[in-house]
Design a protein around this ligand. Structure first.
Ligand code: ZN
Length: 81
């Protein structure tokens, strides 16, 4: 059995939840409801630059990775770029 104050608080919560739901519906209607699809950061030419292996089509995030791959996969002596 709820005390009157608790019942009142619960009623307030329900009201707020209803308002929240209505607000969310409005946002959705406005096309902004759901979080926008995460925009992939445009590949900056610096740390996200891709290094492709010239001997195969593998891509690497760093020249070191590519060098290690080439060395291992193609027996390439470390002499990157
Ligand atoms: Zn390769």
């Amino acid at each position: 059995m709820l005390r009157p104050r608790a019942a009142q608080a619960r009623a307030e919560i329900e009201t707020l939840e209803a308002q929240l739901a209505a607000a969310k519906a409005k946002l959705r209607a406005a096309g902004k409801g759901e979080a926008p699809a995460p925009v992939k950061a445009a590949p900056s030419t610096q740390d996200t630059a891709r290094y492709g292996c010239p001997d195969c089509d593998k891509m690497f995030d760093s020249p070191q990775g590519r060098g290690a791959h080439r060395n291992k996969a193609h027996g390439f002596r470390r002499h990157a770029s």
